[in-house]
Design a protein around this ligand. Structure first.
Ligand code: SIN
Length: 313
């Protein structure tokens, strides 16, 4: 049974879920991050029995998410989950960088309580607004005693932080978990568990939050493909990049021009990781240069993981 008597802390950060458009038929020409999280909750009358606490931490289109917001968010979540009367946390977010925020929070905090990111593909003014149901489902997961760690809840599915990715530009069910599949479904406010709950790292690295975001290591993604240019990597190295994730072709393979430039970059102290631009599947096997595989992480998520790795070094 759900933790109906315990508090859920709901943190707003913006996104399409908080977006508005001039017309209810407009699904693309809206402005994200316009209404506050208390207004979002007011659109979900089914939550009336649940003790909720509201914090408007940011109001951004998540394409503009930055490390200052990430640090403030991680500190707010950490404080919330430490309180005995709090069952879990819900974060309203934009869909565009949700997968990155999810992994950042999981890696840094490894929370023992549920921390549930939710979002919407349609603005709050749309005829088919998906925000209210997603928010109701997110609160149900945050109040579920067996839930733990960072997950994302959208379109009735619960995705683990390591697996979740935005896989479609427009559809309401835009998110998936790659080969891992969703952890659970939310049906009428109850969870149907499909696979063991993801474990994530055993301990977080909260100490990293002491570092000013301006000092966080700079990591970029370079994409391999036909006609790939060494000079893209060379320019990044000259500008001071500390880590590069290659969004490689297929199983993380890299154009020879790019590979030479990356070898030089490594010689100058830049850390190189390999991911795939395929969108699904792991990068398997070793690379002759020893560049580690980012496993099944999307390039966007691998970039966050490499940044955290460099912060720990
Ligand atoms: C955003 O990511 O903030 C805008 C797009 C969205 O939420 O769907």
């Amino acid at each position: 049974m759900q933790n109906r008597h315990k508090t859920i802390v709901v943190i707003g950060t913006g996104g399409t879920i908080a977006g508005t458009a001039a017309s209810a038929a407009d699904h693309t020409g809206y402005t994200a991050a316009q209404i506050n999280v208390a207004q979002l909750l007011a659109a979900v009358p089914t939550l009336s029995g649940q003790p909720l606490e509201v914090l408007q931490l940011a109001q951004v289109d998540s394409k503009d998410m930055d490390f200052g917001v990430w640090r403030a968010l991680a500190l707010a979540v950490d404080q919330a989950v430490a309180r005995p009367e709090v069952a879990g946390v819900v974060i309203t977010h934009g869909t565009d960088t949700l997968e990155e925020t999810a992994w950042f929070l999981q890696a840094v905090l490894a929370p023992a309580k549920p921390v549930v990111l939710t979002a919407a593909m349609r603005p709050s003014t749309a005829l088919s607004a998906d925000g209210p149901q997603n928010l109701a489902d997110a609160v149900a997961v945050a109040a579920w005693p067996q839930a733990r760690g960072v997950v994302a809840v959208l379109a009735g599915r619960v995705h683990g932080a390591a697996d979740v990715r935005k896989a479609h530009t427009y559809r309401v069910d835009a998110f998936d978990s790659g080969d891992a599949g969703p952890v659970a479904l939310v049906e009428e406010g109850r969870l149907r568990i499909l696979r063991p709950w993801p474990q994530g790292p055993a301990t977080g690295v909260q100490s990293l939050l002491a570092l000013e975001p301006t000092a966080w290591p700079w990591v970029e993604i370079v994409t391999s493909g036909a006609g790939a240019q060494a000079r893209a990597v060379q320019a990044l190295v000259r500008a001071g990049v500390r880590g590069l994730v290659v969004a490689g072709t297929g199983n993380g393979t890299i154009h020879s021009a790019l590979e030479s430039a990356l070898t030089e970059a490594q010689g100058q102290g830049v850390t190189v990781w390999r991911a795939s631009r395929c969108g699904m599947g792991p990068v398997l096997g070793d690379h002759p240069r020893g560049w580690p595989s980012a496993g099944s992480f999307t390039p966007a998520k691998a970039r966050v993981a490499l940044m955290l790795e460099l912060m720990r070094a």
